[in-house]
Design a protein. Structure first.
Lengths: 112, 212
């Protein structure tokens, strides 16, 4: 009975992603994940590959992609250091509801 | 007048004891709540996005394995000591609560001594959502599971027999002085001594005796 319960729990945990609803990704949260992986633009944190899960790395990649894309579409007047911009956006975690993604990207561009 | 003085003295004494008990109880409950929260946060941080196995990193797999191993070890130890359920649950929670308080103090102190207050605020803000915080929480959980081992039955028996030996030696010696300086006591002549007898149930009985 105990083992059956364990197997049921494992199955529930394993199939949870397929049950979960599709969610839109938060830019602030994604940039926080990106900053959590990197120490600086060119340096990863200690044991970053061991500490990062699939969903965290997916979000980090989303943030970096959005930053690169935004820079490319804005005549490259933003800083090329995506890490500083990601850190700026991640620091606005408590004010996430006040700004839209485009405003956040523009602000980070103006700042750096 | 003397009666009122006595009443005030006793009531003041009782009040201080009640306040002390309340204070101890509050600290105890606070530690239990913080300890429980630590365990709960450690699970929440693993499944932070609610995406099942995709949420678990390699380090978190190790943490889960080690936690299960330590829980199994703790369970084995409890089986041997025949502890009741509540102290068994309470011990790791209390330890986790204490360790969390220590972590909070260290973090707050580290960020408060920083020169640049604005950047330290941002760093503090990001620390509590970052993987460093998760690593600290996981360490606390593992440490509390490892360190909350109950007293080993053999050492418990040894301690009990040691206490009995001390008690019998203590019963023969004067009330004053520690066990180690008792051999010097017989030199005292014709002096009133209070002799203590320790009963098997742990009660200590003092009686006056005169040695010549």
């Amino acid at each position: 009975m105990k083992y059956l319960l364990l197997i049921c729990l494992s199955v529930i945990v394993a199939f949870m992603p397929s049950i979960a609803k599709a969610k839109s990704l938060s830019l602030v949260q994604s940039c926080a994940e990106l900053v959590d992986i990197y120490e600086s633009r060119d340096e990863k944190k200690f044991l970053a590959s061991q500490r990062t899960s699939l969903s965290e790395s997916f979000r980090a990649g989303y943030c970096r992609g959005v930053l690169e894309q935004h820079r490319a579409s804005n005549n490259r007047h933003c800083s090329s250091d995506w890490y500083k911009r990601a850190k700026f956006i991640a620091a606005l975690r408590n004010h996430e509801d006040r700004f839209s993604d485009s405003v956040l990207l523009k602000k980070s561009c103006d700042e750096y | 007048m003397e009666g009122i003085k006595r009443f005030l003295f006793v009531s003041d004494w009782l009040l201080s004891r009640i306040v002390r008990k309340l204070f101890d109880f509050t600290i105890h409950v606070a530690l239990l709540i913080v300890g429980f929260s630590t365990f709960w946060i450690s699970i929440r941080l693993i499944f932070e996005y609610g995406e099942g196995l995709s949420d678990i990193s390699r380090l978190e797999w190790w943490f889960c394995g080690l936690s299960l191993l330590l829980l199994w070890r703790y369970r084995r130890q409890l089986d041997e000591t025949e502890n009741s359920e509540w102290p068994a649950i309470r011990a790791p929670l209390l330890l986790a609560g204490k360790l969390s308080f220590i972590l909070c103090f260290i973090v707050l102190f580290a960020f408060s001594v920083s020169v640049d207050h604005e950047s330290s605020y941002v760093a503090l803000n990001t620390f509590f959502v970052g993987s460093d915080f998760q690593l600290s929480i996981m360490s606390i959980v593992l440490a509390s599971l490892y360190l909350s081992s109950p007293e080993h039955p053999t050492s418990q028996r040894l301690m009990e027999s040691g206490e009995n030996k001390n008690a019998s030696a203590f019963a023969g010696a004067g009330q004053s002085g520690s066990v180690s300086d008792r051999p010097t006591q017989p030199e005292v002549r014709s002096e009133a001594k209070s002799v203590a007898k320790v009963h098997p149930n742990g009660d200590i009985e003092f009686s006056e005796s005169r040695t010549v």
